[in-house]
Design a binder for this molecule. Structure first.
Ligand SMILES: [Zn+2]
Length: 263
């Protein structure tokens, strides 16, 4: 790929040629010029000249000439692309291809967060629907008041593929649901991919930014496993997430002890 003039100007503005060359050879000031022994040919008197205003070099002995990229290409025996990469890395400028990769990553992450949020709302609605009757009864039996249901965004995952059906209808792609860990792959199953959580009380696991990134699900009937957590995804890294942390931080005071308990 070629680099835009804007990018090249920006990159070069971060690395004045004179200061770059000064690390390689000794330059002596003579008026507006900087002179040194040419690194590209053998010489006894300095004919290698750096023009600071133009940010270029010229050798009156061998004719070597160019800008900082050319200098790196010649001194490090690199291609144009390699020289740009080296300079960008040295001065901490992101290459355009890295920027678009980062952009894509952000976009992908946003879609996963949206899908997980949509799933959370779906589960919350199911808890209050007819299908959530047993789950509501269980919460009441465990003396969890209703205001806590909404505070912790508790929900209910019905049996079957209710979530998958709903989210596909909402326009989410199947691969997004797989990546977010909301459904599981169809390998070896005739019915295709299927809802990860079925007939479970749902506890969304929120990030520090209070976005749902995963779920814990408690089975309502007898069965195994009683508790099921989302598997790890790019949003959910188990060692880096603590259930209830965003909520706990709201009442955290630095002079009081913090208790961490097993769920
Ligand atoms: Zn020369």
């Amino acid at each position: 790929m070629s680099y835009s003039t804007e990018f090249m100007d920006h990159l070069k503005s971060k690395a004045p040629l004179a200061s770059w060359i000064d690390k390689k050879i000794k330059l002596t000031r003579k008026g507006k010029l900087l002179l040194g022994n040419c690194p590209f040919h053998q010489e006894k008197s300095a004919s290698f000249t750096v023009y600071e205003a133009q940010d270029t070099f010229h050798c009156f002995g061998c004719g070597a000439h160019g800008d900082i990229i050319k200098f790196i290409m010649m001194s490090d025996h690199m291609s144009f692309r390699e020289a740009v990469q080296k300079l960008a890395e040295t001065v901490g400028v992101r290459l355009p291809e890295e920027q678009s990769a980062a952009h894509e990553l952000n976009h992908n992450r946003r879609v996963l967060i949206q899908a997980t949020e949509a799933a959370t709302v779906f589960y919350q609605n199911q808890l209050h629907a007819n299908v959530g009757r047993a789950a509501r009864a269980y919460l009441a039996e465990r003396l969890i008041p209703e205001r806590e249901w909404s505070r912790f965004r508790l929900g209910y995952a019905p049996s079957g593929n209710a979530l998958k059906t709903y989210l596909l209808k909402e326009g989410y792609e199947e691969k997004v649901l797989l990546e977010a860990g909301l459904i599981l792959d169809s390998t070896g199953r005739k019915e295709g991919s299927f809802d990860y959580f079925r007939d479970r009380l749902i506890f969304p696991i929120l990030s520090r930014q209070e976005k749902p990134v995963a779920f814990g699900g408690r089975l309502l009937k007898e069965g195994h496993p009683k508790y099921l957590n989302s598997h790890e995804t790019s949003l959910f890294i188990k060692g880096q997430t603590l259930y209830g942390l965003s909520e706990a931080l709201k009442s955290y005071k630095s002079d009081e002890p913090v208790y961490i308990v097993e769920g």
